[in-house]
Design a protein around this ligand. Structure first.
Ligand code: MGD
Ligand code: MGD
Ligand code: SF4
Ligand code: MO
Length: 669
């Protein structure tokens, strides 16, 4: 009889789905959505319905490897774990003696979201004294924008969307990235709500809504300011709510909004003034307008300011007072578990330098101070996902850089490693997961034994600590013992009964200690439209970076429903549902350049050149080109991925990546 074992989806997705894994003789044979999970309710995305094909893929790495060929050639020989650990430790001891510990740089992000395995390296590298990594590739500008106006106020419960009468999916491709939120939005629509999307091209999400508004990349702030202008001009503000809950709306109205008429902002965002007028009026007149804000619009030089400006909208019309009204950017359950019991910031001595993960290329090729002599990559694929790929690869090609990669697959990054270590998949190790698209959390154990000689992040750092001769008992704790530590103690986010359920592996809902829709956790206790502590005290129109690059087309490196960043390309069926590295272009731009559908083209800018297959489509407005997915190099037309065109520049707040803030020219090639 097969066993059905509960698990959790480990990927970087807002939903952290509950899984049911069918296991026969230690092999996962099927995976389905947990019908009793409060968010999943039995529905999995296309990426995960055959997770067993990833877990038992013939491409899995099963032993440690040592490089025998040229860097990047992907030629390796198998070695025992003991030799791999001994080699790494002795190389590092030599590096520390010669260059200091800051010459070692860890690089990790979100291959797994489990609290223990994701953060497993922090304590090790703090104790080592290595350079610290600033993990800001995803959406820190979104958090910075929220904090500037809402402070530490937790996110509202997104399940309230069911009570809304106007749902706006703003800069979020929910059909690909957040399928359960789209399911809930559609259910609100069946109850009578209108559903809108605001994007830069016609995504599958745009097909699922009543009306889609396409605007110019990075111009959402202009749209939001024009809406605020209309509210103010036409008496659509909720003055009672503002008087009681908002700081400085009058300053915004007096100093910023007069210059933000729909006619002016139409020139920036590309929507006609009359459409902006209508959007503003319908938003203000809705009983309970709900905005679900994605991350796409935050990855620009003005991303944090954009989020801050959009967050003014529900405050201006008092949407927060109605069930279903408000804005949701994500939940932040940081307070629910004592993460420092895993990350151990107390091991930091002398505060080593902080390196932005968005600037890895610069760090490996031109960083001042101790040169980076060793890079340890785990659950991330920087050769594919990190901006300025040419700089990253120049760094990885350095003969004097000792690179270790702990991975499930021979990724583009692993090909450059001196030592490759095989990693477990989430079905092979225990962890505790909390989610960022709602308030649930769940613990799970290993469902199957490790594939081959794969070891988990936690196990590898325990071995490395032993190899370095360290004797802190902390490094000998198992992943399960660390989960127990995370569940220890009283905590305002979870009652004793909730903690007991978590211990048993049941999905639970965490409860924010304060009401997210009436208690504003800012210095003034109000929603701070005016923030006197910020460098910019009021929201205003900020330009993007890309406007200054001098290339004519805006490039959008967007996502596909059939992969997650560079993960899932091992599944042939999922790959075949995508078109490898297409560049979507409007007919107008194609005919101006004499380009034909299906031909190979080269997109270029100051940073690089990338080959794509051209797809002419009306889904993309003139002036913008789009590519979907972060392809592995072995499957693409040229030898560089889209990130050879993206830049190491950072966002205005949060030091985030500016992946969408890019211009290019495209020619036939
Ligand atoms: N299938 C799938 N799911 C995923 C991922 C994946 O790669 N594939 N990635 C996961 C990760 S790590 C993350 S962070 C999330 C991200 O998920 P989302 O929050 O959905 O973010 P993005 O997909 O980056 O961008 C969302 C949309 O914003 C649009 N956009 C870009 N620029 C602008 C702009 O200036 N204004 C407006 N209004 N829209 C703009 C893009 O075209 C895109 O359709 O998804 C997660 N889920
Ligand atoms: N062009 C472009 N670039 C992007 C994006 C984009 O949409 N377009 N998205 C950006 C965003 S939002 C993000 S968040 C980043 C994501 O960047 P990453 O976090 O690097 O995400 P992935 O590409 O999914 O790579 C994760 C790797 O971790 C490995 N892995 C999985 N589980 C484990 C484990 O338990 N242990 C170990 N050691 N390895 C494991 C997987 O095999 C996979 O190769 O990429 C960013 N870069
Ligand atoms: S990727 Fe997201 S939607 Fe898909 S199974 Fe995992 S958590 Fe659920
Ligand atoms: Mo992300």
């Amino acid at each position: 009889m097969p066993d059905i074992i509960r698990s959790v989806c480990p990927f970087d997705c807002p939903d952290a789905c509950g899984l049911q894994v069918t296991v026969e003789n230690g092999v996962a044979v099927a995976v389905s959505g947990d019908p009793d999970h409060p968010v999943t309710r039995g529905l999995l995305c296309p990426k995960m319905v055959h997770y067993e094909r990833t877990v038992h893929s013939s491409r899995r790495l099963t032993t440690p490897l040592r490089r025998v060929g040229k860097k990047g050639a992907g030629e390796f020989e198998a070695i025992p774990w003991e030799e791999a650990i001994a080699t790494i430790c002795s190389r590092w001891q030599g590096t520390i003696a010669e260059h200091g510990a800051e010459a070692i740089l860890p690089y990790s992000y979100a291959g797994t979201m489990g609290l223990v395995q994701r953060n497993a390296g922090h304590a090790f590298f703090y104790r080592l004294g290595a350079s610290r990594l600033e993990r800001t590739i995803c959406s820190p500008a979104k958090e910075a924008g929220w904090e500037a106006i809402m402070g530490a106020t937790p996110g509202m419960d997104p399940a309230e969307v069911e009570c809304s009468d106007l749902v706006i999916l703003w800069g979020i491709n929910a059909a690909a990235t957040s399928i359960h939120s789209l399911r809930d939005a559609k259910s609100a629509r069946r109850g009578g709500a209108r559903l809108w999307a605001i994007d830069t091209y016609r995504t599958p999400t745009c097909d699922a809504v009543d009306e889609a508004f396409l605007i110019r990349p990075g111009s959402d702030g202009a749209l939001a300011l024009a809406m605020l202008h209309v509210f103010d001009r036409d008496g659509l503000l909720d003055r009672g709510f503002i008087a009681a809950n908002v700081l400085g709306f009058e300053d915004l109205a007096a100093r910023i909004l007069p210059d933000c008429s729909p006619a002016r902002m139409a020139e920036v965002c590309g929507l006609p003034a009359e459409v902006i007028e209508r959007v503003a009026r319908e938003y203000a007149r809705a009983k309970a307008p709900f905005i679900r804000l994605g991350s796409g619009l935050t990855r620009y030089g003005n991303g944090a300011m954009t989020v801050r400006t959009i967050c003014c909208l529900p405050a201006a019309v008092g949407a927060w007072t109605k069930p279903g009204g408000g804005i949701f950017i994500g939940t932040s359950t940081g307070g629910a578990f004592p993460l420092q019991t895993v990350t151990r910031e107390d091991f930091i001595a002398n505060t080593p330098r902080l390196v932005s993960m968005n600037q890895l290329g610069g760090a490996l090729t031109e960083l001042d101070g101790p040169r980076v002599m060793s890079l340890y990559v785990y659950h991330s694929n920087p050769a594919a996902v990190t901006p300025d790929q040419n700089a990253v690869i120049r760094g990885l090609e350095r003969e004097d850089l000792f690179t270790v990669v702990h991975e499930r697959f021979m990724t583009d990054t692993a090909r450059y490693a001196d030592i490759v270590l095989p990693a477990t998949s989430s079905l092979e190790h225990p962890d505790l997961y909390r989610c960022y698209g709602s308030y649930h959390a769940q613990r799970c154990g290993a469902a199957i034994p490790p594939v081959g000689e794969a070891r988990s992040n936690r196990e590898v750092f325990s071995m490395l600590a032993a190899g370095m001769g360290w004797d802190e008992p902390f490094f000998r704790l198992s992943a399960d013992e660390l989960v127990d530590l995370l569940l220890s103690g009283k905590n305002p986010w979870r009652s004793a009964a909730v903690t007991a359920k978590l211990r048993r592996g049941e999905p639970v809902m965490l409860t924010p200690p304060t009401d997210p829709k009436s208690v504003w956790l800012t210095p003034s206790g109000k929603i701070e439209v005016l923030n006197v502590q910020a460098a910019e005290p009021l929201p205003r129109l900020l330009p993007t970076h890309a406007g200054r690059d001098g290339y004519p087309l805006r490039l959008q490196p967007a996502v596909t429903p059939f992969a997650l960043n560079s993960s899932f390309y091992e599944q042939g069926d999922l790959r075949s549902k995508q078109q490898p590295m297409e560049l979507l272009m409007n007919r107008v731009d194609a005919s101006e350049r004499g380009l034909a559908d299906g031909q190979t083209v080269t997109a270029c800018n100051d940073l690089g050149k990338v080959r794509f297959t051209l797809r002419i489509t009306e889904r993309v407005p003139a002036g913008t080109v789009v590519t979907e997915g972060v392809w592995w190099r072995e499957f693409i037309p040229g030898d560089r991925g889209v990130n050879a065109l993206t830049s190491q520049r950072l966002t205005d707040g949060g030091r985030g990546s500016t992946l969408y803030d890019v211009t290019v020219e495209v020619r036939g090639a």
